[in-house]
Design a protein around this ligand. Structure first.
Ligand SMILES: [Zn+2]
Length: 89
């Protein structure tokens, strides 16, 4: 399940985020050890997740450094809306 939109959408790719001793990092290979959470490869899910549910899901404090790293990754993602015809599209 995506911790951003709380939905499972099979057409979207889920990207793993892992809490490591070095902080909260993106784990595109899914191979890092540690408590993980998932977000869709869609920027809006990352924005929602980073602001709230991600820290809960990882049971971790997310530092400003982690947030910067996650936002930088989110910037590489599409911000296509689920409601493609909506006002935010
Ligand atoms: Zn999502």
């Amino acid at each position: 399940m995506c911790v951003g939109c709380r939905a499972v959408l099979s057409k979207r790719t889920l990207i793993r985020i892992v809490r490591t001793p070095q902080g909260v990092v993106v784990d595109p290979t899914g191979k890092l050890a540690g408590r993980g959470a998932y977000l869709h490869n869609q920027r809006s899910c990352w924005m929602k997740g980073i602001k709230g549910a991600l820290a809960q899901a990882l049971r971790a404090e997310i530092s400003q450094e982690d947030i910067d790293r996650l936002l930088a990754f989110a910037d590489t993602l599409s911000d296509e809306s689920f409601e493609a015809q909506g006002p935010l599209a």
